[in-house]
Write a protein that binds this ligand. Structure first.
Ligand SMILES: [Zn+2]
Length: 275
């Protein structure tokens, strides 16, 4: 990611209007501990939402970020064991009840994101008390993890072909729900890229779906790919998803954030799951 955007995210001093900070006590069960994310981490998440266009639908969302730590997990990260770094979920009624602040109604939160505090320490972003450290690499890794988890926090998208002379009106009506006006052309029922044909030209508009009140319809997004490194090594980009990831990596010009890591080792316990 471009340094300018990283700096903007880190310097985000705006109020965290999308990342809620409920006054909840920490849950300490000896070996494991769960707290509401500290201010610096909430600021990074708000910065990612504010500065990265792919997350712009979340500017209408409320998100609770928690941080969990567990005795021994940092050592597992350092040993190269495969661990869960974070996990995004849609807000349950229980989490909405617990964050309602005793006002007698459910809080309107949309997503809950739990981040491993041990992963953050492993990244070099904070100490064991979750105090932020002055580590550019640690903060870059944290931004990448938050970007990943927020990418799970999606919204339903619709698409519609509109005659060219009606496009402006249609887009104006969509307002912030507009995603993109594709310059595709429908010709004889077939999409033809970048070609002006005749007065019947229709253009694909992609936009966020809305409920009856005009609000985004939030949903969880799955990962683009699930693959084994060794299989990719044997067969290359053998499917469209893998091919897309391969193209993105070729375009990436930033630093390698973990150049000296031990090779990823599969864990032998239940910590292996999608996250
Ligand atoms: Zn994930």
């Amino acid at each position: 990611m471009d340094d300018k955007i990283i700096n903007k995210i880190l310097q985000n001093r705006k109020s965290c209007k999308n990342i809620i900070a409920p006054d909840l006590v920490a849950i300490d069960e000896g070996k494991s501990r769960l707290v509401v994310a500290p201010g610096w981490l909430r600021g990074i998440a708000q910065g990612v939402i504010s500065e990265i266009g792919c997350h712009r639908h979340l500017r209408s969302a409320k998100i609770l970020i928690s941080v969990s730590t567990k005795t021994g997990d940092l050592q597992k990260f350092e040993a190269g064991e495969r661990m869960i770094h974070g996990k995004a979920s849609k807000a349950s009624s229980l989490s909405r009840l617990l964050t309602a602040g005793g006002k007698g109604k459910l809080a309107s939160i949309d997503f809950v994101v739990n981040i491993s505090g041990d992963a953050l320490q492993f990244y070099g972003a904070c100490d064991k008390k979750l105090n932020r450290l002055d580590s550019p690499e640690g903060l870059r890794r944290t931004i990448a993890l938050i970007d990943h988890e927020l990418s799970h926090c999606g919204a339903k998208i619709n698409g519609k072909y509109i005659p060219e002379n009606e496009v402006d009106n249609f887009v104006d009506g969509l307002g912030k729900r507009h995603i993109e006006t594709c310059r595709d052309v429908l010709k004889g029922g077939k999409v033809v890229q970048d070609e002006v044909v005749n007065d019947n030209r229709e253009i694909l508009i992609r936009y966020f779906a809305a409920d009856d009140d005009g609000n985004f319809i939030f949903k969880l997004n799955p990962h683009d790919i699930e693959e084994f490194s060794a299989v990719a090594g044997r067969h290359g980009a053998y499917n469209p998803s893998l091919s897309g990831m391969f193209d993105e990596l070729k375009e990436y010009k930033g630093p390698t954030l973990f150049p000296d890591l031990p090779k990823d080792k599969p864990a032998d316990d239940k910590s292996v799951e999608a996250a």
